[in-house]
Design a protein around this ligand. Structure first.
Ligand code: HMG
Length: 440
């Protein structure tokens, strides 16, 4: 069977940075550790005045096409995953194709273009669409560009404000890929939930605390569903486990539950029971509250064991480095988690060809999906090719007053004028609602 997967990835961060400890926490009257330790976030990325989901997506896709030496004729699909779309008729992929046509001789008239929406999970669903299209033999030798692009903004004063972010990830999906091959097995956990909604509004209405519980429940269902087709999983089966990362603290919660589930029935479970006792059982408690408290204490003890800390440090921690600097990118989030880990491994000179990833995607509303990926020959070169570290470093550090102006500028309902803080450098820019997204 032909291998199908992700051949290459390019990442584009919004060019502005809000420092959560230095700039945001003092204005909120909060201890900076709430953000840096509690949520696990150092900073958020924001788009400059001339950036939006189209320019960030087009710039990431352009870098991808240049690096992989692609012409429009090589591309059979352009799919964009976003929950920040501004057009209720045509997909954002048509705007991005329009940008790219300014710099290539050919055009994308032959390419199928679409837009996927299901909060953060839409990027993974777009990869699935490309995978199925190639596997079905409908691709005529062409590959698919999948772009995940979002400006993840919350209303000012909302608890989610500290988790904002903006950026795009462009991925090239092909036969015989050079980064990761996707598994045929997938697991899902999906339910009609109302903890995070944007009914005809730009900023979400969020029940933050509940959204954390919904994430964990759907992710648990997806893992169980995945195991029902792929067989039981074990924490040591995977080199890395990239999760959807709204903030690293969320992944800390998901990881400990996933680990506990995956070690059941193994020697690791026996060793754990010897150390911290058996997992509490509901039947042994009079009330739900008492049982929940006991489970919380048990999980806290588990997190402190040497075995867990070592596993977490090797398998989860490396997936969080980019997101701790840029915040939540919604659809792009799990894809920067994968690249964080692979980049760190490539820089360390690790040999991972043939090793596995377990990838946990999630979107509010809600759906989780879990699949496996196999790291393939060529991955080091691909992982090192993105310049995301330099981009993160180069961001302009905004003051709180500037942050408020930037937030207003990117509020679709009341777009305000704003002088840019940075200069475009040979890239697509948003130039107002006339002839849009010129290259400057
Ligand atoms: P909050 O309620 O302001 O924060 O916002 P908190 O009081 O819960 O504190 C956060 C953590 O910091 C806690 O840790 C505190 O203990 C700790 P935890 O107990 O949870 O482990 N803390 C400190 N630690 C050290 N030193 C200190 C300190 N102070 C506090 N001094 C909340 C948290 C998640 C509610 C908020 O960020 C929010 O509403 N976020 C938006 C929703 C969200 O991200 N949900 C995540 C799951 S849903 C999802 O991932 C989908 C999403 O990406 C959307 C989509 O799908 O499109 C959001």
């Amino acid at each position: 069977m032909t291998a199908v997967g992700i051949d290459a990835v390019e990442i584009w961060t919004g060019k502005l940075k809000l420092d959560l400890a230095e700039t945001f926490a003092p204005e909120m009257g909060d201890d900076p550790a709430k953000y840096t330790k509690g949520l696990g976030l150092e900073g958020s990325s924001f788009p400059d005045a001339y950036e939006d989901i189209v320019t960030m997506g087009a710039n990431a896709a352009h870098r991808l096409m240049e690096r992989k030496d692609l012409d429009p004729d090589d591309v059979g699909r352009i799919d964009v995953a976003t929950e920040s779309a501004f057009d209720n008729s045509k997909p954002v992929s048509t705007y991005i194709a329009g940008c790219l046509e300014q710099v290539y001789e050919g055009d994308f008239h032959h390419a199928n273009k679409g837009e996927r929406k299901f909060a953060c999970i839409a990027g993974t669903q777009s990869i699935d669409d490309a995978y199925n299209w190639i596997k079905a033999g409908r691709n005529r030798g062409r590959g698919a560009i999948v772009v995940a692009s979002d400006t993840a903004l919350y209303a000012r004063g909302d608890a989610g404000e500290a988790t904002q972010g903006a950026g795009a990830v462009a991925m090239w999906i092909t036969e015989n890929p050079s980064l990761v091959e996707l598994s045929t097995e997938q697991g899902y956990g999906s339910a009609d939930e109302t903890d995070f909604l944007k009914p005809n509004q730009q900023f979400p209405s969020v029940d933050g605390k509940r959204s954390v519980q919904v994430y964990l429940s759907r992710m648990r269902e997806a893992l169980e569903d995945f195991e029902s087709v792929a067989g039981e999983t074990h924490p040591d089966d995977y080199e890395y486990i990239p999760f959807h990362t709204p903030f690293p603290g969320m992944v800390r919660k998901a990881a400990v539950l996933g680990y506990r589930h995956m070690i059941r029935g193994t020697d690791a479970e026996e060793a754990l029971t010897d150390r911290i006792g058996p997992q509490p059982r509901r039947d042994d408690f009079d009330s739900r509250e008492a049982f929940d408290d006991a489970i919380r204490d048990y999980m806290d003890d588990l997190k402190e064991t040497e075995e867990y800390r070592e596993w977490y440090g090797e398998t989860i921690e490396p997936t969080l480095s980019i997101s701790s600097q840029v915040g939540n990118w919604y659809t792009g989030s799990v894809h920067i988690a994968r690249m964080s880990a692979l980049r760190a491994a490539a820089e360390a000179g690790d040999d991972l060809t043939g090793d596995k990833l377990l990838v946990g995607s999630y979107g509010s509303g809600a759906q989780a999906e879990i699949h496996e990926e196999t790291i393939v020959d060529g991955w080091e070169e691909e992982a090192l090719a993105t310049n995301i570290d330099e981009q993160i470093e180069r961001r302009y550090d905004i003051s709180f007053d500037e942050y408020e102006q930037v937030h207003d500028r990117h509020n679709h309902d009341k777009r305000t004028e704003l002088e840019p803080f940075t200069q475009p450098d040979g890239e697509f820019v948003f130039d107002g609602w006339g002839p849009m997204n010129e290259r400057k």
